[in-house]
Design a protein around this ligand. Structure first.
Ligand SMILES: [Zn+2]
Length: 139
């Protein structure tokens, strides 16, 4: 299999940006690997269920958990890809709400963070007040 059209052109980041870029790419690749592992396991377990007809209930339960996990990982990959775009257009590390710089320690813990810690807790508070579950993944 040749993949010459897949070749990714790596932007010429230097210093801190290069480190952030590398970290985001690595994180994305790790998640992509996890999704591949989950989906291949999911496929093999559904085959088994068809063959054995035993314990189907718990098998379905496992598959649902795996699918839920996959959705979560896919959303996270999306968030990472958005962060890479922000790195490219120069808005990476800037809070979407207040436009202040996001604390570097927070970015290290959550490289795809879109909000500074203040705006994040503000949003969580608003979500709690309105009775919605906090959206942990995207920001
Ligand atoms: Zn903010």
């Amino acid at each position: 299999m040749t993949a010459k059209s897949d070749k990714i052109s790596i932007p010429t980041f230097r210093g801190k940006k290069k480190k952030q870029y590398d970290m985001l790419i690595e994180l994305r690749d790790q998640l992509a690997d996890q999704i591949r592992t989950i989906s291949s396991h999911s496929l093999s377990s559904s085959k088994q269920a068809g063959e054995e007809l035993a314990d189907i209930g718990s098998d379905n339960f496992n598959r649902e958990m795996e699918l839920g996990l996959m959705t979560e990982e896919t959303q996270r990959i999306k968030a990472i890809e958005d962060a890479i775009k922000r790195l490219l257009d120069g808005s990476y590390g800037i809070c979407e709400d207040c436009e202040n710089k996001i604390n570097p320690a927070r970015l290290e813990a959550l490289p795809y963070a879109r909000l500074c810690i203040n705006c994040k807790s503000q949003r969580e508070k608003e979500q709690r007040d309105s009775g919605n579950a906090p959206a942990r993944i995207m920001d």
